[in-house]
Design a protein around this ligand. Structure first.
Ligand code: URA
Ligand code: SF4
Length: 238
């Protein structure tokens, strides 16, 4: 199932299980992906997954969520603190901003499937039990990629929006830059090795980056504008 090619994203890099001294074992998620796809088997597989070391410190794996057959799939980075506790994607502050942006772009938030490039929360321990978000590395994205392949096959969305550099890199590879690629339809790379091929991908910034931004209104408007591009592509298709 794992394919590589010139255009392959991080996701298609074969997870490096070759261990050098003390490095964590990362067999990749594939062996936990069930043969029969369905929301429950997929969630059970993600909860059981030991494809990389991130399961160890997280509360639980967070599968994608939304209607099967949703015309649009949104791919974020990894679960945040709230998502890790609740077991659902985009239920914290970034998710609230995302829902507002979807609404402002004319997309019904109830009709999209939301997921992440990586299914377990990676963090550093902070003071007083606080957990400090630490983005996943390329090795984690590569290890977790089989889950995104399975979710695409399960949901079969018409289009995909990648939110931020991690999700963009998962699909398009290390050379991907949000700024250079955002807001226009891109082709799903053949080398991504998925069984379901969406008709287009639109890249945008991550809602968490908007929350952190000093020019929040401007960045929020740019996120909405990118989602409007997705909305018009969806309208063309129906
Ligand atoms: N940020 C993400 O990328 N995903 C979530 O689910 C929540 C915050
Ligand atoms: Fe498996 Fe992905 Fe979790 Fe790693 S982050 S254990 S590959 S589900």
């Amino acid at each position: 199932m794992v394919m590589t090619g010139a255009l392959a994203g991080y996701g298609t890099e074969v997870a490096r299980s070759g261990r050098t001294s003390g490095a964590p074992e990362r067999p990749g998620a594939q062996e936990w992906v069930p043969d029969e796809l369905g929301p429950e088997p997929l969630a059970a597989g993600i909860h059981a997954c030991r494809g990389c070391e991130l399961y160890r410190d997280a509360t639980q794996g967070v599968p994608g969520d939304g209607p099967l057959g949703a015309p649009l799939m949104l791919v974020g980075e990894q679960p945040g603190d709230q998502e890790d506790r609740q077991g659902l994607p985009f239920v914290g502050p970034a998710g609230r901003l995302l829902d507002r942006a979807l609404g402002d772009a004319g997309i019904d938030p109830g009709e999209v499937y939301r997921t992440n490039a990586v299914k377990h929360f990676r963090f550093d321990p902070g003071r007083a039990g606080k957990r400090i978000h630490k983005g996943p590395g390329r090795v984690h994205v590569a290890a977790c990629w089989p889950w995104l392949v399975a979710e695409l096959e399960l949901v079969r969305p018409h289009g995909v929006v990648v939110l931020g550099a991690t999700a963009g890199g998962a699909v398009f590879g290390a050379s991907f830059r949000v700024g250079a690629s955002r807001g226009r339809p891109l082709d799903w790379p053949d080398a991504a090795g998925t069984t379901w091929r969406p008709s287009w991908v639109v890249a945008s910034t991550h809602p968490s980056a908007v929350l952190r931004s000093r020019q929040r209104d401007q960045d929020y408007a740019a996120l909405v504008a990118d989602l409007e591009v997705a909305a018009s592509l969806l309208a063309q298709a129906s």
